[in-house]
Design a protein around this ligand. Structure first.
Ligand SMILES: Cc1cc2nc3c(=O)[nH]c(=O)nc-3n(C[C@H](O)[C@H](O)[C@H](O)COP(=O)(O)O)c2cc1C
Length: 182
C-alpha cells in the first residue's frame, strides 16, 4: 500500500514536523511512504488551457510530470499546509491545480486522505487555520478523495512549534488512514 505526503510549506518547519510524525508512525509497517516537499520542486502554474480534460495529460514539462504519476499510484495522501492569509499556501494550491489531469480521468476518485493545517493563530481565535484545512477538504471533495481525518496545529509561528499533543494527533490520523486502506 502506498501513501504520499505532500508538504506545502516554504520551509522545513511545522508542516514538515507534522508529516515527520506520519513517517515515524509508519516505520516498520508495510506502507510505502513517499514524502514530497513542494519547496524543493519546480512546479509552474496551471495555465488553464484545459487540454488535460481531453487528454488526461498536462502539456507543461516540469517536476509535476513525475509527481502526477506518483500521486496516481498512491492509495492514500497526506496534505499538509500552513495557513497563509486565511488561505492555504500558494505551493499547495498550485499543486492541486496541476492535479487536474488526474481529476479529469477520475484517477483521484476513491483515494483517501488526511489533512494537516498549521498556523500562528490560537485555537480560541481561529478561523484562518480552519479555512486552510477546509480548502484542502474542499479540493478532496471535488476530486472524489475521501477525507479520513484532519489535524489543526494552533499557535505555531516559528519552526518546530507543534506541541506533543498535536504530533500525537498526527500519528493517530496516519494510523486511521492506513486502517482505512486495508
Ligand atoms: C505570508 C504569511 C501569511 C500568514 N498567514 C497566516 C494566517 O492567516 N493565519 C495563521 O494562523 N498564520 C499565518 N501565518 C503564519 C504561518 O502559518 C506559520 O508561521 C506556520 O507555522 C508556518 O508553517 P510552516 O512552518 O509549515 O511553514 C502566515 C505566515 C506568512 C509568512
Amino acid at each position: 500500500m502506498k501513501v504520499m505526503a505532500i508538504i506545502g510549506s516554504a520551509r522545513k518547519g511545522n508542516s514538515f514536523s507534522m508529516v515527520q510524525s506520519v513517517k515515524d508512525a509508519l516505520l516498520g509497517s508495510d506502507v510505502e511512504l513517499e514524502v514530497v516537499h513542494l519547496k524543493d520542486l519546480s512546479i509552474g502554474f496551471c495555465d488553464g488551457c484545459l487540454s488535460c480534460d481531453e487528454t488526461g495529460r498536462c502539456h507543461l514539462n516540469d517536476d509535476m510530470s513525475s509527481i502526477v504519476e506518483k500521486v496516481k499510484d498512491a492509495d492514500g495522501l497526506v496534505l499538509a499546509s500552513p495557513a497563509r492569509w486565511s488561505l492555504l499556501s500558494g505551493q499547495m494550491k498550485v499543486f492541486m491545480d496541476r492535479l487536474n489531469p488526474l481529476a479529469s480521468i477520475e484517477a483521484l476518485a476513491n483515494k483517501k486522505a488526511i489533512i494537516f493545517a498549521v498556523g500562528q493563530t490560537k485555537e480560541e481565535e481561529d478561523s484562518s487555520i480552519s479555512i486552510a484545512a477546509e480548502s484542502m477538504v474542499s479540493f478532496c471533495d471535488n476530486a472524489g478523495i475521501k477525507v479520513i481525518d484532519k489535524v489543526l496545529a494552533y499557535g505555531c509561528l516559528m519552526e518546530n512549534e507543534v506541541d506533543e499533543k498535536t504530533i500525537k494527533r498526527c500519528t493517530e490520523a496516519a494510523k486511521r488512514l492506513v486502517d482505512s486502506l486495508k
